[in-house]
Write a protein that binds this ligand. Sequence first.
Ligand SMILES: [Zn+2]
Length: 247
Amino acid sequence: MKADPAAQLRLLDLQDEDTRLTQVKHRADNLPDASRLSELETRLARVRDEAVAAETILSDLERDQARADQDVQQVLDRMARDRTLLDSGTIGDPKQLQSIQTELDSLARRQSDLEDIELEIMERVEGARAAAKQLTAQRDELAAERETLATSVHEQRSALEAEARLVREQRDVIAAEIPADLLALYEKIRTDHGGVGAAPLHRGTCQGCRLALPPTEIEDLRNAAADEVIRCEECRRILVRTPESGL
Ligand SMILES: [Zn+2]
């Protein structure tokens, strides 16, 4: 293939822009804050689940507590009724009086047992309430942190996208100056060779694969026409001759 030496040199500018574009894309795909954000989202989801579980435990215990309060109240009401009956003086039968007294004694024991249960539930409610409060506070804190980080990641990505747009515009301007066949060859090699389609020959070394050309090849290049498009024998990239090529 033949191409104007100036167009071949311009290929190196195009390569610079394409390399920059790859770097910008790599930075956008590997933002440290983006991986921190994803870790934070995992943690937030876990804490959110834990907070829901803690609140479920709390509401179950609060229901138990209401039931225990109700049980105690029922016993107290029954005892009040029995005492009113005893105090009314309307019951003359000693057996019946004895029976009421026995019931009062048994109700007093039941009250004591139920109050123990009530107290135990109350302690558990307090524990569960503290746990739920701590988890919801942690959840809210993580959610706020996530918001801040998500905004930052979004801003960083937008800035990199703007930079990529600018580089792409510049590369398109350069690409328009390069003959179609040379450009097509460059694009094909670039796709097949890790993003590098053209490299300068610098002091006898291909900057694409970093290998020094054998002296016989250097000799061939010295004799080659300036408009001849040269390929590196090693990596097959377009080898562009510059004043620093050492020819
Ligand atoms: Zn090479």
